[in-house]
Write a protein that binds this ligand. Sequence first.
Ligand code: CA
Length: 227
Amino acid sequence: MRLLVVEDEERIARFLKKGLEEESYAVDVATDGPAALDWVAGAEYDVIILDVMLPGLTGFEVSRILRQRGITTPIIMLTARDDVEDRVTGLDAGADDYMPKPFAFKELLARIRAMTRRTSTATVAMTVLEFADLKLDTITHLAKRGSHEIELTPKEYGLLEYFMRHPRRPLSRTLIRESIWGYDYYGASNVVDVYVRHLRQKLEAHGEPPLIHTVRGVGYKLDDLEE
Ligand code: CA
């Protein structure tokens, strides 16, 4: 297993390289965006661990360029702590997962294992969210209702993940918008309603009963009770 760590902070890069090598991974380190692109052009990696704040090109730009070049290597993005906007931008840029900084090394290892062993049942149990007959894989971002697979855009995925992590709870439109689009979102005010509508259409495409219910005067909730 070969990993590329893209991190300009020397202390963190050294710590990651040493820790990952102790786990028997082969590790290359790039310390800026352009160097990361060079490394990826010259070698095949199983996972790329990509910091957001980098000299030359940001992690978002690196991810976007790699995806444009058709490189599908899983990317774990290192984002600022609890920064929803970073997380969403990262997923939009083609990252597969994110780790808020500072992170526990053990958790990073777990995510690398999840990325490299997508089919193992132990991994599936850890990474798949379930509600009623709905399953959401947090690694592949694929949803499944019963036996039907549902493809989601990054924003739809973010929205569904948010609902599934807060089941049976009324969630206000403001809360949902800030969680998925960030605090400084100034786009259309009905963005939540629009995306909920898309999501409902996909979740009920085969005549299944609704899972996302309107809560009058508040917003929405994920529930398996009839309205
Ligand atoms: Ca950095």
